[in-house]
Design a protein around this ligand. Structure first.
Ligand code: SF4
Ligand code: SF4
Ligand code: SF4
Length: 226
């Protein structure tokens, strides 16, 4: 049977590619996009990570390459994921403390921190995580990225998420298996997870079409009562 083209994923790929080209050829700084998209986090989550960030896109493409080459794929079991996903928040807390202490010590330390050893270390880590991406979905985003952690923390306030219409769900688990952030969509009625990057992969993958972006059920119900 011919595979159906998931247009939303083609669109996402084009947007990611567009931002990567804009960055490489026009010196576009993705921080501008991240700042502009920041208010949307409170509405619908971290779209920057799913649609714009070049590092996120590079990991998606490494996963695609891994699948194309039929390399073995690994998925952290949900029990372990629950704890491992906290790593990026711990790194974020450490980084925030480190920057605060460095600033308190004086500008020299701060510039050394940002432009010195940390950047060299970060480049090595990123290459390592990109290679890991051949076998695991978005390893850097899932367990290491402090930028993703910062945005994810704000996204807990979001009012739009992914709703699973349980009455139509066949329980196949495809949505959970396909989620690059390893979120257990198949067992959630409404996904507002701080790690959700709004990539719509789960929505595209559901064979029963029972996932969609939707307002929080409580708000929806309150709106109907009025
Ligand atoms: S989690 Fe970090 S690396 Fe991943 S897409 Fe978001 S900002 Fe980029
Ligand atoms: S829950 Fe869906 S939209 Fe959110 S990260 Fe997972 S696949 Fe993407
Ligand atoms: S992919 Fe669709 S049908 Fe399968 S478990 Fe997820 S929501 Fe249910």
């Amino acid at each position: 049977m011919r595979k159906k083209i998931k247009w939303v994923q083609v669109l996402r790929f084009l947007v990611q590619l567009g931002f990567l080209c804009a960055m490489a050829f026009a010196g576009f700084n993705t921080k501008i996009a991240s700042d502009w998209l920041f208010p949307t986090i409170l509405l619908a989550g971290v779209f920057f990570c799913g649609w714009v960030c070049p590092l996120g896109a590079a990991q998606d493409w490494m996963s695609f390459l891994g699948r194309l080459l039929k390399l073995p794929r690994f998925r952290v079991p949900q029990g372990l994921q629950r704890y491992l996903q906290l790593c990026r928040y711990a790194f974020y807390a450490l980084l925030t403390m480190e920057i605060t202490f460095s600033l308190l010590k004086g500008p020299y330390n701060f510039s050394k921190l940002v432009h010195g050893e940390l950047l060299t270390l970060a480049s090595g880590i990123i290459v390592l995580f990109l290679l890991l991406g051949l076998f695991i979905d978005r390893p850097f985003c899932n367990y290491f990225c402090t930028g993703g952690a910062r945005q994810g923390l704000f996204s807990v306030l979001r009012i739009v998420g992914i709703r699973r219409r349980t009455e139509h769900c066949g329980g196949c688990g495809t949505c959970s298996k396909k989620c690059p952030m390893n979120i257990d969509v198949a067992n959630s009625e409404f996904v507002r997870h701080p790690n959700c990057i709004g990539c719509m992969t789960c929505v595209s993958a559901c064979p029963k079409k029972c996932l969609s972006f939707s307002l929080m059920p409580k708000l929806k119900a309150a709106g109907k009562k009025k």
